[in-house]
Design a protein around this ligand. Structure first.
Ligand SMILES: [Cu+2]
Length: 166
């Protein structure tokens, strides 16, 4: 019975600079999960708990996790993904379509060294991420509200729009 009871504090004791996924990896290693299995084990937990949409985010509160699962805001079985290339001074595509409540995985592929595109900011989603040149950087989020949301480079020069439909 004790194995089945969990305790979820209002303010979860998380390290503020770790993403959901990196925290799971950290705990898995602490608990002695074999190195070779750590990533698979984390994927399984993320899948089981419907956390895919927030696995790249920092600071998901316990209350938020509870709500995500309980009110059906998150439909973990549905996913959307979009590859966004950064090259020649712009985001391609510059308009991304998403659905309210459906986890969205954005893969930013920065194919240049121009300093302008070294960061992406999705202000409405609290995301600011460094994009290493010639690498793919994954940003996962859950659009909670329908609407049009601007995203940009760190300096606000390159722009794109995330269109969230109901
Ligand atoms: Cu810029």
């Amino acid at each position: 019975m004790r194995r089945r009871i969990g305790y979820l504090p209002e303010n979860p004791p998380l390290y503020p600079d770790m993403t959901v996924r990196s925290y799971l990896l950290f705990v898995a290693r602490l608990k002695g999960v074999a190195r070779a299995r750590v990533h698979t084990a984390c994927d399984e937990v993320i899948e089981r708990t419907g956390l895919a949409g927030v696995s790249g985010r920092l600071r998901v509160s316990g209350v938020e996790i509870g709500k995500l699962a309980a009110d059906g805001t998150v439909k973990p079985t549905e996913r959307l993904a979009c590859d966004v290339v950064l090259m020649g001074g712009g985001f391609t595509p510059a308009v991304i379509r998403a659905k309210q409540g459906v986890p969205l995985r954005l893969v930013f592929d920065r194919q240049e060294t121009s300093s302008c595109s070294e960061e992406v900011v999705l202000g409405d989603f609290g995301v600011r991420r460094f994009l290493p040149a010639f690498e793919k950087t994954v940003v996962e989020l859950i659009p909670r509200e329908p609407g049009r949301f601007d995203f940009s480079c760190g300096m606000g020069m390159l722009h794109g729009t995330l269109v969230v439909e109901r």
